[in-house]
Design a protein around this ligand. Structure first.
Ligand code: NAD
Length: 270
């Protein structure tokens, strides 16, 4: 019997399904009955997929080739691939932001009415309210070389690129939700706290192990599993979230709620 989380009539595209959250999402989608899952990654996933298109999300020609290679109609797009700031700023912006936008806009015309786009952002991208106009200016730039120039001109704001790329994803999620709704496609994101994935050691390097452990301590010491995040993504792609649009869903066991209500204990960071 069909239920509101059912994927048995949905064709899915997912980026970054080789490891971590994306690999866990393949298992969740299989449990929910997804008959067709098309994976885009630099590495071929080992989990349940129906086809694989080798795609470098940081390279426009590779993303274009993937868009051309995907036949519509698509019901759900999961923009999940991401890299840490162990890579150069331009690569981080290209994979985490430019590739995500290019794939979303390229596949939107191939999406079925009632479909959904779910992005994997991060709580690291939650600081955009302090400089929303700059993020809006940045995400309005179409050309990659112009974008990289903008990033160099705003080096202090962009930093190592990771948090800023996720700010772009959060703001774009809200902005693009209007255009996608015009086609009856919803756009949302999940914003996870630290997750126990192969990316974590990279974050321990770029954001310091102390900061990562402090963040986890603030929410009771339990780090998110890839499956914790995958289940929220599956919700945003399913009919169960049919009236949810333009939302950046914090999947952080309350970290943001505790920050907003002044309940974080910063003494451990001193
Ligand atoms: N791990 C965390 O603590 C954490 C926290 C918040 C958000 N996130 C986000 O979660 C998402 C998934 O990351 P994860 O933690 O599962 O890490 P992961 O490294 O296990 O997964 C990343 C996936 O993206 C793929 N990938 C990397 N570069 C790519 C490229 N250029 N083109 C296509 N695919 C590429 C990898 O092969 C892999 O399958 C990312 O967007 C990440 O920024 C992670």
């Amino acid at each position: 019997m069909s239920h509101c989380f059912d994927y048995s009539n949905k064709r899915v595209v997912i980026t970054g399904a080789f490891s971590g959250v994306g690999a866990a999402l393949l298992d969740v989608l299989a449990e929910l009955g997804a008959p067709e899952v098309i994976a885009l990654d630099i590495k071929r996933p080992e989990g349940p997929i129906s086809s694989f298109i080798e795609t470098n999300m940081g390279k426009a020609s590779s993303v274009d080739a993937a868009i051309d290679g995907i036949e519509g109609p698509i019901d759900v797009l999961f923009n999940n691939a991401g890299i840490a700031a162990t890579h150069p700023v331009e690569d981080v912006m290209a994979v985490n932001w430019l590739g995500l936008r290019q794939l979303s806009e390229g596949l939107l015309p191939k999406m079925r009415e009632g479909g959904a786009i779910a992005n994997t952002a991060s709580i690291a991208g939650g600081q955009w309210p302090g400089h929303l106009q700059e993020v809006l200016d940045c995400i309005a730039i179409e050309d990659s070389e112009e974008l990289f120039g903008w990033c160099r001109d705003h080096a202090e704001l962009v930093g190592d690129g990771y948090a800023f790329s996720k700010e772009c994803v959060q703001v774009y999620t809200m902005k693009s939700a209007k255009d996608s709704l015009a086609r009856n496609v919803r756009t949302n994101s999940v914003c996870p706290a630290p997750i126990d994935t192969p990316l974590l050691p990279d974050f321990n390097k770029t954001m310091t192990e102390k900061t990562m452990n402090w963040t986890i301590d603030q929410i009771g010491g339990t780090i998110a599993t890839p499956r914790d995040i995958a289940m929220s993504l599956a919700f945003l792609g399913s009919d169960a979230s049919g009236y949810v649009n333009g939302v950046n869903l914090n999947v952080d066991l309350g970290f943001n709620a505790f920050m907003t209500t002044g309940q974080l204990d910063f003494s451990g960071l001193a």
